[in-house]
Design a protein around this ligand. Sequence first.
Ligand code: ZN
Ligand code: ZN
Length: 376
Amino acid sequence: MDTRRRLRKLTEAMRARSTPALLVANLPDVRYLTGFTGSNAALVVLAGSRAGARLFTDGRYTAQAQQEVQGATVRIAPKSALVEACAYAAGSGAANCGFDRTHTTVATLAAMRSAVRKAGGPAGFFQPMDGAVEQLRAVKDSDEADKMRRAAALTCSLYEGLMAWMEAGMRERDIATELEHRARLAGAEAMSFETIVAAGERGGMPHARATEAIVQRGDLLTLDFGIVLEGYCSDMTRTLAFGFGEGPIPPRQRARWVEQREAFGVVLAAQQAAVDAVREGATCDAVDDAARSILTAAGWAKQFSHSTGHGVGLEIHEGPRVAKGQKSKLEAGMVITIEPGVYLPGRFGIRIEDSVLVTATGCEVLTPVHKGWLEL
Ligand code: ZN
Ligand code: ZN
């Protein structure tokens, strides 16, 4: 993990915005910049003549910080890590200090200001500098890309194992539990979010939680899950069908079955079109539109009720947003999801999601496990 390179890029961005000091208190940002994985930390980055980074944490993390932190000096704060960090920034000679409003509560900002006042710092010391680290995090370096490949590969193999195990008559919750148990046994540190297992009409809710509901023959099942491996999240969705085997389709199920198959074909085409639209320089809007225009042409504009995708990395949702109207351009090294879907409340739902690594000429699909129509 090249934290020194990341800190150097951050100080370049700070100089470009005339911000001589930056307080970083969002833990995933701290981890990205220093390698520190503890649950209490505040990092001060200086970009002026005394350029450097100092991490403040508490006594529980003395040994861990020593082991993990690279590129920053460590200070164990006897009281509040945040208050000491603010006092340090105020005494550093910096005229002002950036902070990220999107990760700062009103109470925290009051504590930060009070710490600066007590340290004799100027009023108005803290100036908003939102998303500076998030922007860096959006473009993965080769070390991060490798970790994300490994997390995605494990995700695919867990899915394959589950497909061989699943059958009609199981409860959604048991499927989620089995998946999560297997994930932990296989080395996952955690799930990246609460596993979504949605059968039949429950699939009509984009973010259905796994319940006691039983998977029936004739149902589609949406499985959306991810694991955390070496700190990095994976994210994948597959929708599969529980068919009738050799038996006939019951007459009252025929219409829904046919409609589900048709809808699946359209979502798959939309998902593939968006994957094909990914390349360095493409706008997020263009990738979203590649999927949306196909679903719109099929009459399902309203049923595709969310954006096409999102960045993923140390957090399950991070920049960029792959959504309508997002004019920001994809850069090589970004990892984004492509996950269009259609949702018919009370009837069924379909979503197909891959995580892809943006390259100069296209993308590398990190989750290349079977995504076409599949009947169990
Ligand atoms: Zn997902
Ligand atoms: Zn996702």
